[in-house]
Design a protein around this ligand. Structure first.
Ligand SMILES: C[S@@+](CC[C@H](N)C(=O)[O-])C[C@H]1O[C@@H](n2cnc3c(N)ncnc32)[C@H](O)[C@@H]1O
Length: 300
């Protein structure tokens, strides 16, 4: 039976809708359609002259969103692609006049909890981590083949892991005994290297999993390409709403919007990032690290 919450609860939904300023005839791009939560609410605000463009790198999530959104009255276009290619996607599909772009970064709850993605230390599964399983290299390939220094750099740069060297050493020692093929093996090596986290603290393997997922999916490079593409497709009054989930993402989003403003392209709509209100945190604890920033392009 279909999960009643569609496997993911959209974060900061009311705040996002408010900032997108949707009108019935608008063209809105959801760069991370996911399970279609934000897209459904956006589509409900578009009329028959409006267009909803949905992108996702995960074909299964995109397909889910497509099915969920089939009854909306607006035109709907779906693209299985990396959002870093936003400008090319729109050009090839001859979609012009975008009024707003949304990107809700990271992964959806169903991706975290479904075994085949291999994203979570709570589910023992093959160590894959690719959101697009049709291409790219897996986390198992990374942990078994990168040098100790390369692994330490990934952990430090992507997740600010203070114990990056110690973990990288343990991974290299561990793989000599047996190739690291599962999420369970990876989590055990990290926990053994660091000791179990104190009660109530995040699992010792949390940052390692985040850092490897980011490396496997080239998350920071895709985000930079997306921000470049948003600037490329800008038009007067176009809005961009971007939701990040960790400090690295938020830093890049903040810097991009600040430089757009300094170059005179428009104004940031959020001086500080918007974070979930208490009621949302209670209803959806997974929203706790969400940080939303928005920008409006001016006349040019
Ligand atoms: C947090 S979920 C979005 C959830 C969605 N807003 C909803 O309400 O259901 C993030 C989605 O972005 C997708 N994604 C992550 N990186 C991507 C990329 N570089 N290009 C396109 N989609 C990406 C993931 O596959 C996932 O479906």
């Amino acid at each position: 039976m279909e999960n009643p919450n569609h496997g993911h609860q959209p974060v900061l939904l009311a705040e996002t809708l408010d900032l997108l300023q949707i009108e019935a005839s608008h063209t809105i791009v959801d760069c991370t359609a996911g399970r279609g939560g934000h897209a459904q609410a956006i589509g409900e605000r578009l009329g028959t002259n409006g267009t909803l463009v949905c992108i996702d790198t995960d074909e299964k999530n995109l397909q889910y969103a497509k099915t969920r959104l089939h009854a909306l009255p607006c035109r709907r276009r779906f693209f299985h692609a990396d959002f870093g290619q936003l400008a090319e996607i729109l050009e090839i599909a001859d979609i012009t006049g975008v009024n707003a772009v949304l990107a809700d970064l990271g992964v959806s709850t169903n991706q975290l909890t479904t075994e085949h993605y291999g994203l979570s230390f709570s589910v023992d599964a093959p160590l894959d981590m690719r959101l697009n399983n049709q291409s790219g290299i897996t986390a198992a390939q990374l942990v078994n083949h990168l040098s100790e220094k390369e692994l330490a750099d990934i952990l430090y740069q992507n997740a600010d892991e203070r114990h990056s060297r110690r973990i990288a050493r343990a991974l290299v020692e561990g793989r000599k005994i047996q190739p690291i093929q599962t999420t369970g093996q990876l989590a055990k090596i990290v926990r053994n290297a660091l000791g179990r986290a104190p009660h109530g603290a995040a699992d010792a393997a949390t940052r390692t999993f985040q850092a490897l997922r980011m490396a496997v999916n080239h998350e920071m490079a895709s985000l930079s390409s997306l921000l470049d593409a948003i600037l490329q497709i800008r038009r007067p009054a176009m809005r961009a709403v971007v939701i990040g989930f960790h400090s690295g993402e938020d830093r890049v989003i903040k810097q991009a919007m600040r430089s757009w403003q300094q170059m005179g392209y428009g104004s940031a709509l959020t001086k500080k990032p918007i974070t979930p209100a208490h009621a949302e945190l209670l209803a959806n604890p997974r929203s706790r690290s969400a940080k939303l920033r928005a920008f409006e392009f001016g006349p040019q």
